[in-house]
Design a protein around this ligand. Structure first.
Ligand code: ADP
Ligand code: MG
Length: 255
């Protein structure tokens, strides 16, 4: 059996009295596109934030290519939390795209894309710039390298954010509602870029309410409610034959 790119086991996360995640298991194999759906407050963001080491987990484990994230086994065989700064190399192996584009506003679009590869991976500037240009072309923005983020539409900024994440050559791309902050007419151009990444077999976990995208692009759909994975399966299984009342209710509300 091959090791999945991502393996989540028994993941638990609480905020005070609120249980945001409870006993979540999730495997993502190479080239899979897993779309996470569920009502507001069901734990979707917390899940991707725990995977991306933006939140400390309370229970369970997350592994990337078989390596524990944020945890290490000490000499006595006890699991210890890694200090936050020690997790930076692990975080670099994942690309995250948020709802808000948060590009560096004082840097050109092109530099937004090459900054991290040069600074944290030590890539030579000329190579990183050439690659930034390629990535911008890949997201349809080859002509915008010299612009500043404020000069771009929301959809264009989000496509730059995707190019910026890809520049780090991540093993796994994480998306948390990447189109939720966009004007409706700009959603399609971002989904189109994500669809092309999926077709190139980029391994992705995507939180979204765009159920049509989930139907067409997901290899697997995961439905969360109240911090738990309630159902998962192929798009046909999840949308065509929802087994739980909770998923049926959720889908009715969105159709
Ligand atoms: P979703 O992304 O599915 O809307 P979230 O993962 O954001 O859900 O939230 C899951 C639960 O955890 C919610 O009850 C939310 O209020 C709570 N929560 C999330 N982040 C925090 C936080 N930083 N502090 C306190 N509660 C939080
Ligand atoms: Mg969320």
């Amino acid at each position: 059996m091959t090791t999945p790119v991502l393996r989540v086991r028994g993941l638990g996360k609480r905020f005070g009295d609120v249980t945001a995640l409870a006993d979540v298991d999730l495997d993502v194999a190479e080239g899979e596109v897993v779309v996470v759906i569920g009502p507001s407050g069901s734990g979707k963001s917390t899940l991707v934030r725990c995977i991306d080491l933006l939140e400390e987990i309370d229970a369970g484990s997350v592994e990337l290519d078989g390596e524990l994230l944020g945890l290490r086994v000490d000499r006595r065989g006890v699991l210890r939390r890694m200090p936050a700064r020690a997790t930076a190399p692990q975080r670099r192996r994942m690309g995250m795209v948020f709802q808000s584009f948060n590009l560096f506003s004082h840097l050109t679009v092109e530099r937004n894309v090459w900054e991290a590869p040069v600074r944290s991976l030590g890539e030579p500037l000329a190579e990183a710039r050439a690659r930034a240009q390629q990535l911008l072309e890949r997201v349809g923005l080859g002509h915008k390298g010299d612009a500043y983020p404020v000069q771009l539409s929301g959809g264009q900024q989000q496509r730059v954010a995707i190019a910026r994440a890809l520049a780090m050559r991540p093993r796994l791309m994480l998306f948390d509602e990447p189109t939720s902050a966009l004007d409706p007419e700009l959603v399609g151009e971002v989904l189109a870029v994500m669809t092309s990444l999926a077709q190139e077999r980029t391994t992705m976990v995507v939180v979204t309410h765009e159920l049509q995208f989930a139907r067409e692009v997901a290899t697997r759909v995961v439905f969360m409610d109240a911090g738990r994975v309630v159902e998962q399966g192929t798009p046909d299984e999840v949308f065509g034959n929802p087994r739980t009342e909770r998923l049926q209710t959720f889908l009715q509300r969105f159709s």
